[in-house]
Ligand binder design. Structure first.
Ligand code: NAP
Length: 497
């Protein structure tokens, strides 16, 4: 079972001890990051393990390895000697581990560790990227048999993450630590068992402390959101891939549902900017299914082994299901949009409704199909007019640019304004895509964005007296359809609460 280690990043030992108390029960061991402590704390290093009450890793991380220690190797040796010397007969009063970099070879320290029962984690950190040759980097660790090898690298894409997983899974069995740092590496911290690492490092970010390394999660996220303790070699893996997925609410939604149904499955974010690296990451993590997010919903089409009738019809895919021979693509945006829209308007059809659709990307394709199928007439406005035109012509709608030149068109289609562009989405382009349009207060406004809860557009519409809603309900409805595609089961009622 991989262990959860809390890296302690406070400036004093007293604060570090208080942090341990807050997380006790969620963690198996702690890493004292001496390089982050105030220099005056050096005198308390020796006694730390006896008061921590958990196995401790001693680490004095240099700046070049991603830490803060800049005082030179002589001074670092003094720190290590202060902490490791005078071993106690009760071994729990000694450091269980010390993290020593592969280029730090001091026989006296190694002998002391051996004598006092402190195991050496022999580490190499690449904070700048991924070594081109992982085998060579691994060999450079030059571990003794009783040492634990640790390689921490920084994937710069989902393709790098895939390479790391594939490489690590090819290593012979044994105790080791393999970490992908940074946002692209996050799946390696959650799927510790699958990548074959014996320790997953975390930081107490929920207690207001800084992360010890990029990509650390808070232990409560690891345990509560991802059920880290229950994950195993056979756990089904699902993910959401796209450019802005780290703050997605989908992991929480799907993981809560998996738990409620007692399903051995986990859902995690897989940051990816292009289709081929996303698919490589899904293969390397042996995923069973996935959500395709912005901006991959149309680009993914050519990589599908089978397309559902909805995908064929809409021209965009937001859901992958693994099948023999590849990935089957589905579209649940249309179903989610349809349910949320009809509920919002309190109608069962859209005959006579005049709608403005802002955007002509993946989700707008699905929304346009629903509007046409239910009898609405619409105008599509978009930054790229050619895309608005192509979408509008498929359904017999009007089209125009997303500028003040479309004011009259919008006024003529203003029973409902459906905002389906990325403008206003957290982490994307900030702003209000209709800042040139004055609401009369009679329009219903449906912004498909759910992060933030209220976009600038929605706030402005609400102030004008419009009836408004965001994309939260749609997200739940379309996610429920995805859940059913993957599991064959309806999600629990809590999914919609
Ligand atoms: P997409 O395929 O990447 O399409 C993006 C759309 O936004 C395009 O129309 C694009 O215009 C426009 N756009 C992007 N940046 C822009 C900018 N700087 N200025 C003006 N227009 C810009 O994305 P998508 O998958 O359709 O998603 C669109 C939005 O819907 C996202 O915010 C997403 O969160 C939301 N959504 C919500 C749900 C839900 O369940 N609630 C589901 C899916 C999507 P161009 O054509 O000119 O590039």
């Amino acid at each position: 079972m991989p262990l959860v280690c809390l890296s302690l990043t406070a400036k004093t030992i007293e604060e570090d001890l208080a942090t341990i108390e807050r997380y006790r029960g969620k963690i198996d061991l702690v890493e004292l990051r001496v390089d982050l402590l105030n220099p005056t704390e050096a005198f308390a290093l020796r006694d730390f393990p006896s008061v921590a009450g958990l196995p401790c890793i001693l680490t004095v991380r240099r700046k070049c390895d991603g830490g803060c220690f800049v005082d030179g190797e002589g001074q670092r040796l003094v720190m290590l000697a202060k902490a490791l010397a005078y071993a106690r007969p009760d071994t729990s009063a000694n450091y269980a581990y010390v993290d020593l970099e592969s280029d730090f070879r001091v026989p006296a320290v190694e002998e002391a560790c051996h004598t006092f029962g402190t195991r050496i984690i022999r580490s190499m950190h690449n904070v700048a990227g991924m070594p081109a040759d992982l085998d060579k980097a691994w060999a450079q660790l030059a571990c003794e048999p009783h040492e634990i090898p640790k390689l921490a690298v920084t994937p710069k894409s989902a393709a790098d993450l895939a390479r790391l997983f594939t490489w690590a899974r090819g290593l012979p069995p044994g105790e080791r630590i393999v970490i992908g740092m940074g946002e692209y590496g996050i799946p390696s911290r959650i799927l510790a068992e699958r990548i074959g690492t014996c320790i997953s490092y975390t930081s107490a970010m929920h207690s207001g402390l800084p992360a010890a390394a990029p990509g650390h999660l808070d232990p409560s996220i690891l345990e509560d959101n991802y059920r880290f303790r229950e994950l195993n070699r056979h756990t089904e893996v699902y993910g959401i891939g796209g450019s802005n997925v780290l703050a997605s609410r989908m992991p929480q939604l799907h993981n809560t549902a998996f738990k409620a149904l007692g399903r051995d499955a986990v859902f995690l974010p897989i940051p990816a900017n292009d289709v081929s690296s996303f698919l490589a990451a899904l293969e390397a993590t042996e995923a069973c299914g996935a959500v395709v997010a912005v901006p991959l919903k149309i680009a993914i089409l050519k990589s599908l082994s089978r397309r559902s009738p909805e995908v064929e019809d809409i021209g965009a895919c937001n859901t992958l299901v693994r099948e023999d021979g590849g990935w089957a693509g589905y579209n649940t945006d249309a179903e989610g949009f349809e349910r949320a829209l009809l509920e919002f308007l309190g109608r069962s059809d859209l005959q006579g409704l005049r709608a403005t659709l802002v955007g002509a990307g993946g989700v707008a394709l699905a929304a346009a199909r629903v509007l046409a199928a239910f009898g609405a007439s619409a105008v599509v406005i978009n930054r790229t007019v050619a895309k608005a035109r192509a979408l509008a012509e498929r359904h017999g709608f009007a089209f125009g640019p997303c500028t003040e030149h479309s004011t009259e068109l919008v006024a003529d289609h203003s029973d409902i304004i459906i905002q389906a562009s990325r403008v206003g989405m957290e982490g994307e382009t900030e702003g209000d895509p209709l800042d040139w349009y004055d609401f009369t207060g009679r329009e219903a406004v449906f912004d498909l964005i759910y992060r933030p809860e209220r976009t600038i557009l929605l706030e402005r519409a609400q102030r004008a007296g419009c009836k408004t809603t965001n994309g939260w309900k749609m997200l739940r409805y379309q996610s429920a359809a995805q859940f059913k595609l993957w599991t064959g089961a309806q999600p629990p009622v809590s999914f919609f609460a």
